[in-house]
Write a protein that binds this ligand. Sequence first.
Ligand SMILES: Cc1ncc(COP(=O)(O)O)c(C=O)c1O
Length: 368
Amino acid sequence: MKVSFLDLRTQYKSIKKELQKAFDDIFENQQFILGPYVEKFEKEFAAYCQAKYCIGVNSGTTALFLALNAYNIKAGDEVILPVNTFIATAEAVSMCNATPVFIDIKEDDFNIDVKKIEKAITKRTKAIIPVHLYGQCADIDAVKKIAKKYKLLVVEDACQAHGAEYKGRRAGSLAEIAAFSFYPGKNLGAYGEAGAVTTNNEKIAKKIMVLRNHGAEEKYYHDLIGGNYRMEGLQGAVLLTKLKYLEKNTNLRRNNAASYSRLLKENKNILTPVEQKDNRHVYHLYVVRVPQRDKIIEQLKTAGIFTGIHYPVPLHLQKAYKHLGYKKGDFPVAESAALQILSLPMYSELKKKEIEYVAQKLNALVKI
Ligand SMILES: Cc1ncc(COP(=O)(O)O)c(C=O)c1O
């Protein structure tokens, strides 16, 4: 049997007719940039996230950058973020000419270790970006408590957490501002690049709408130095269509995760994901921890099972951030996790027999 890491084709087939109708409409009306589909999506996604405003942009990286930029994060500022995340979280800080400051992660859920934040705060610290990694919210109340004490901005990196909940509230409305990615493989994915910012702050929402459009509210009259960060009309149509199915698909992901966890629980050498109390994990990724991970990846591949690593190198050991002066041993939890984490195939359409096959093979490969 072959089990892909991700399959987007099955979903495409199920919504092909709806998409075609929206695409025809866009081609007829020639509204390729922003336009009514993007506007409708922004409204509906804001409501879904329990936020007042949503601004559609052209990637999650852009969304993070604009969130920081709108709050005037600039050269000389420091921004705190977890060391185990996709590099875009740090890149957005660098794009503002500010400095990323890394924090180790927690052993149980791989999210930022809030207990380690305070020690990293300096006079230059301006913001914290908790990442809701793999689809589970970071401990945002604890982050906000520190932020309040030191008057820091909190930007949620919700790029992997569409629909995730923390104490009954949705990702995207848990702090001042949040960034989402709609990269095709995300729980809500476009058919190309796309992202969004959500916030309850009207002034900031308006500023980001201007920044994404070359700093102009009125064409050719530029109040701010912005750029071209707009969402395409076709992506708006894809996202609006798919948003209707996000809850159903999230529940399917959660069921798939529960099946994996049930089938793997007897094996004490396989650590399965922990869903924290009061959280709704949306399982963008189902990440286990196993010894001899690299060998197991190869053996699973031979059995037709394709997996991933998120992420193999913590940010402080990436060449791109060498100049920050971190060294091996600075973040021991993330460093040891990076050698053992393994992302199993995870998507809504994954079949029961595929989950059983993956679990059976993994159980056999990881000796108790
Ligand atoms: C945690 C995290 N932050 C930021 C991003 C950047 O999003 P995009 O790829 O849409 O620029 C991603 C997407 O891969 C992500 O997973």
